[in-house]
Design a protein around this ligand. Sequence first.
Ligand code: NAD
Length: 252
Amino acid sequence: MQLKDKVIIITGGCQGLGRAMGEYLAAKGAKLALVDLNQEKLDDAVAACKAAGGDARAYLCNVANEEQVTHMVAQVAADFGAINGLVNNAGILRDGLTIKVKDGELSKMSLAQWQSVIDVNLTGVFLCTREVAAKMIELKNDGAIINISSISRAGNMGQANYSAAKAGVAADTVVWAKELARYGIRVAGVAPGFIETDMVASMKPEALEKMTSGIPLKRLGKPLEIAHSVAYILENDYYTGRILELDGGLRL
Ligand code: NAD
């Protein structure tokens, strides 16, 4: 797919990886629909995409809310007249051990902690994929859907909720690649390791330092490196059903 004038939806598009993807794709002439929860940050990201050379619009939408997702996808199609790509990037962390005993006190991961991550990181991906794929078929648009999984899909301590969601996203990437190929829609994933964004900056400094020293390339990844991979998948018409791992060798 040539990205010039192609309409790409990026969820979680106002900061971190999503924002870097928007600017990178805008520089290639794409039209971006940035989806997120904060209007001010969205407006700022839209301005950055326009400055980079592409068109962009902001959409306030909680990806975990079925009604809002349905409305957002219909609005993007009405505004741009087509949908050629979706990057399911919105995500949250609510880390904690499932069971922890400290000083004789037992604590548990709450159901809210579990459910909020599943709702955004897994159900949100399902809803956006379902609605966008349906709209692509209706509009007879070939296209590509990219799911942002994580190295945590292999199972990280303190991330029972997040690992389950990211493994689920990886599994469903294969399901949807099989189901949607007949309609000319490719579905693939990117599984980043630890990348320099606010999400990683929220880790405890000692944990971050220990983790970085365990990366064979001895550094965190850069948002631009993830954006580059997303563009590669969008542009490569033979890439589907696979997860591209970008982790500096952490899982070797
Ligand atoms: P981030 O926290 O900087 O940005 C995430 C964005 O998603 C935010 O703008 C947030 O407002 C938005 N968002 C959250 N919940 C939403 C909802 N319900 N509806 C719409 N938008 C919502 O995170 P990031 O580091 O840029 O991560 C982006 C994606 O990459 C996430 O899916 C994350 O799990 C994944 N990831 C990140 C890393 C990393 O090292 N940063 C590693 C592996 C995977």
